[in-house]
Design a protein around this ligand. Sequence first.
Ligand code: NAD
Ligand code: DAU
Length: 347
Amino acid sequence: MTDMENMRRIFVTGGAGFIGSAFVRLLLEEFPSCEVVNFDALTYAGNLDNLKEIQDGRHRFVRGDICDPAAVLAALEEGTDCLVNFAAESHVDRSIHSAAEFVRTNVLGTQVLLDAARAKGVGRFVQVSTDEVMGSLPERDDAFFKESSPFEPNSPYSASKAAAEHLCRAARHTHGTDVVLTRCGNNYGPRQFPEKFLPLMLSNAMRDLPIPVYGDGRNVRDWIFVEDHCRAILAVMSKGRAGEVYNIGARNERRNIEVAESVLDALGKPRTLLQFVKDRPGHDRRYAIDPAKVETELDWRPRETWESGLQKTIRWYQENAEWVERARSGAYRDYYQKQYGQEVGAG
Ligand code: NAD
Ligand code: DAU
């Protein structure tokens, strides 16, 4: 068992992305003795704007690819207490268009990090995984993802994250690496790239553009505010048991259509903006997490309700129109066209 006293030198990968940047901010705010190396390749999803409020000598950004062993070894210092791996290709729809980058980063990249962590004697390795490795649940009130649920990944994205989990398990079993894994559901909050459903809805609705809803809109996701997820990772990192998996969720299941209606109502926009479009191939029907283990063992609870988290998120997007504009420019336009074609109008 470790605690934050022993967690001073942290190596974060993917810390310029949505969740990773929230985690880095939280670490620096809450732990004055922490030093963070933030290693990120700055892909389309990585954004230095996400870090611009961090003016702190305890934070060092290094641009690099987790698949490049030399770059990782050069940045990872001896004496690092913990490596937290957020770096990934993270969008399911993109993995359906093209899986290779997902296998490269999510699978090969994780192995490169595990090898480097072992070579440098890193104290603990936290792998940020996803509930999607457990597949899709039936629409029944008593069916939940538990840590013991079988692996049933259904998309190239979730299959690559499941493969990464297997590599972490193998590192623990074979080399005795101190690995802990987290599996969280759908995050929402400030700075999420607008390819994901919630920020896509917000940024489209704010421009009076249609909101694409896949299939019948009745798929269920289990939503959690990003900072609550980050606090749970902190708890796992500092108090989790080596070799264990922790499911993280806020007991907040909602159908997509309900989420879309809440967003439109909160923005004062008409529901006529909703546009049902062709379903995602292999679309998982329901995710629902049983978070009892992280709650009881690590005394973690979410701080935000759905209402308070959504309000904070909406406010952030309203106040950061430039961030959204920049995220929606350039290559995003090509992606939007490829994903939604003429069905949904301009991105
Ligand atoms: P994101 O796409 O916003 O950010 C990913 C970050 O990783 C970016 O900064 C990107 O530049 C970086 N990156 C990508 N490839 C890299 C590489 N080869 N080398 C170094 N850096 C690289 O993702 P996110 O939504 O913040 O998700 C972070 C992690 O959390 C991912 O591992 C994802 O699987 C997991 N996760 C996400 C959610 C969610 O709802 N978003 C839920 C559960 C788990
Ligand atoms: O559950 C955790 C996972 O949540 C993470 O591991 C992934 O990184 C993250 O992207 C997210 O995956 P989802 O596929 O659930 O998220 P996404 O935002 O893409 O979609 C949420 C739901 O909304 C899903 O049922 C598909 C639907 N959707 C999505 C988009 C982009 C739409 O109806 N229309 C859309 O345009």
